[in-house]
Ligand binder design. Sequence first.
Ligand code: MN
Ligand code: MN
Length: 312
Amino acid sequence: MPDHTFNQPLGGNDMPRFAGPATMMRLPSQATAEGLDACFVGIPLDVGTSNRPGTRLGPRQIRQESCMLRPYNMATGAAPFARMQVADIGDVPIDTFDLKRSVDIITAFYDDLLTHPCIPLTLGGDHTLTYPILRAIARKHGPVALIHVDAHADTNDEMFGEKIAHGTPFRRAYDDGLLVNDKVFQIGLRGTGYSPEDFDWARDKGWTVVQAEECWGKSLKPLMEEIRAKIGSTPVYLTYDIDSLDPAFAPGTGTVEIGGLTTWQALEIIRGCAGLNLVGGDLVEVSPPFDPSGNTALIAANLLYEMLCVLP
Ligand code: MN
Ligand code: MN
């Protein structure tokens, strides 16, 4: 039986799943992270995108498609709402006319959020947002290990002359010393590049790059076992770009690459984070205008739930 001293998602037998307020997992909403062990928070950002836009609509659509999620994880046995106080704390009020200012707004928001002992799970939003989150995370926890699942390295020094964009967050995080460099793992990278050495910048820094081709046709459980052993008890942040998945599963995103991961590999990666000292996570780059079926947002909602299930 669930412990009803904790918030519970509104059940489908109490209110039809297509009705009621569209919070993440139909959880209660509150204005701050006070009293929470974990929270969902949206960042409706898409001014950092370089190709198709639309991720500003991601948080709302992920919440919408989360309405089917039930409390218990039938595969892993996880029961997050029996052991944690969780709520949806709404969206970060970004400045949609000013990306650089938005980055500072995001860091300030997470600085404040992290004054509470609450683990944030973020609904994106384009991948620019991970950099300002990591600034706040590192301020609280020190440099962190990173598991970065993505079709792209996102380690460009600049895009169109700009230091802040959705293809630069991990270069900026490196520049600011936010990461433990021998505990950074990039999984699912692929596609065309500007030079044959594109992924070597990270390898030169001590990061581990697992290209998509190394993942094809096999279980990623052994990889995650290796990653868990290497990270140990170091605080770790999980950043999940939905374009890591093959566009057959998740076409609703801005910078699509073929030959991606499967949804069951995504589950293996996130479930493989169980036991790690996770201090935050995000799911980014869902673009509802390119997601007419809602499947991309539905996958994103499920993956965010799976993240909740593996929080310490
Ligand atoms: Mn990305
Ligand atoms: Mn990407």
